[in-house]
Ligand binder design. Structure first.
Ligand code: BJ8
Length: 429
């Protein structure tokens, strides 16, 4: 990344020395994990470029948008409707963090036994390393897991930008009514902050943009059902991660170009891994950028990740926003759509078990790896029911509990290799 951004980073209050170190570590990791892959689709060039400019050009764009009067809104959860932010001339940016950064600083505010995702977003801010948090005008939190909802109280003390939506725990009629009301409350908040009105035309245009992005992500997911898979799980994960912070119109256009290329690869039988490579579905906690650890281990052990039953994955794009004819109906439809996202923060959450089953069949997965971040109680507890459900369907299951550090990488690799070998044995017999 060019050094020309020093002035911008300084104006955002970043810790320049620590930031330089972070970019250098990220660039090395990207080189060894991503750029060492063989036979990648040419269309990945755009996404490589986006990563190389993640703290550079994209921040320049956000600051230009801000100067032009747009509201920069940071979010942490796919329940927050992106359409509503866009309809009020806002820009939506995902703030979840996928690296062990600023842990020492974060642990001054939150307990050590907090999940890595929460420690990550707190740590990035506290260590002066997140230009996204610094650029944001408003940060939207939600009452999902206990760790997040309590951390937002402190994050608001630190940033003075946090607004929290109340997410119900149950998908009952009362829960749906509560969430619909929360979307209306968010609409009012955005109107108040921007001084703009919500119009039907603006909502329709925003829905068109976000649905087009979801359709492109669905195309990517569909392409992964082929054997050989035309794209690695690592690259597909990266695209899903980028979908949370790139400009949505440009992202959709570039992803559709890539999907055209993937269609050709499928037609010619060109794969990123050999035909017959062991196909794995990953299910569980979200993997925020630059968390590439598990995919990298699976794919360097002879497996191929064919899908993610996760919020950085299928839960984010599976359902489109339905058509609407009034502003209030649009808000209602946004609430209905997000209530179809089956997060482990809900109880009961049988629909997620069905999602794992349906994705495994659609993508021809031969095994399921359940991934939960250490201290992520919702997903760690739900792993029990996921195991029973996956094994009842006759698929091998492996439960992984980890964090962002690489300390357990060797041990995880041994377990993943044994899992893949076991699936190969089943296939041979
Ligand atoms: S809809 S998964 S994006 S809440 S990993 S912070 S759950 S302790 S992120 Fe999520 Fe919305 Fe649900 Fe999806 Fe807590 Fe677990 Fe940490 Fe997590």
């Amino acid at each position: 990344m060019s050094e020309n951004y020093q002035e911008m980073w300084a104006s955002l209050g970043l810790n320049l020395e620590a930031h330089r170190g972070l970019l250098s570590v990220l660039s090395d990791a990207y080189q060894s994990i991503y750029l060492s892959q063989k036979n990648r689709p040419a269309g990945m060039g755009y996404f490589d470029f986006v990563v190389s400019e993640v703290h550079g050009l994209r921040i320049v764009e956000l600051l230009k948008d801000k100067a032009a009067g747009k509201l920069i809104v940071g979010t942490f959860c796919v329940y927050v409707p992106e359409e509503l932010i866009l309809a009020l001339d806002g820009v939506s940016i995902g703030l979840c963090a996928g690296a062990d950064v600023g842990t020492e600083e974060a642990e001054k505010f939150i307990p050590r036994n907090t999940c890595a995702l929460i420690k990550g977003f707190m740590g990035f801010k506290l260590a002066g390393l997140c230009p996204y948090v610094e650029s944001a005008d408003l940060i939207i939190g939600e009452t999902t897991c206990d760790g997040k909802k309590k951390a937002y109280e402190i994050f608001d003390e630190i940033t003075k930008k946090v607004y929290v939506m109340e997410l119900p725990n149950k998908k009952s009629d009362e829960g749906r009514a509560l969430w619909t009301n929360e979307i209306r409350r968010l609409a009012q908040k955005l109107i108040e902050v921007t001084g703009r009105e919500i119009t039907l035309d603006k909502l329709r245009e925003a829905a068109r943009v976000v649905n087009a992005k979801r359709r492109a992500l669905q195309r990517l997911s569909d392409a992964r059902a082929s054997d050989p898979a035309p794209i690695s799980g690592l690259d597909a994960l990266l695209i899903n991660q980028i979908s949370f912070y790139d400009d949505p119109v440009r992202f959709t256009s570039k992803l559709n170009e890539l999907c055209d290329e993937l269609d050709e690869r499928v037609a010619h039988g060109t794969g990123i891994a050999p035909k017959g490579a062991v196909r794995v579905l990953v299910s569980g906690s979200p993997m925020a950028i630059p968390n590439w650890k598990l995919h990298s281990i699976i794919e360097s052990s002879g497996g191929i990740v064919v899908g993610e039953e996760a919020c950085v994955g299928e839960r984010n794009f599976r359902d489109l926003l339905d058509a609407f004819s009034t502003v209030d109906e649009a808000l209602q439809k946004m609430a209905d759509r997000s209530m179809g996202i089956n997060c482990a923060c809900f109880t009961p959450n049988d629909e997620r078990l069905a999602d794992i089953h349906n994705m495994s069949s659609k993508l021809h997965a031969q095994g399921v790896i359940h991934y939960a971040l250490q201290f992520c109680t919702p997903y760690l507890v739900e792993a029990y029911r996921a195991k029973n459900s996956v094994e009842a369907a006759g698929l091998p299951y492996l439960r992984i509990e980890t964090d962002y550090s690489l300390e357990d990488a060797g041990q995880l690799k041994t377990r993943v290799e044994a899992f893949i070998e076991m699936i190969r044995d089943v296939k041979r017999s």
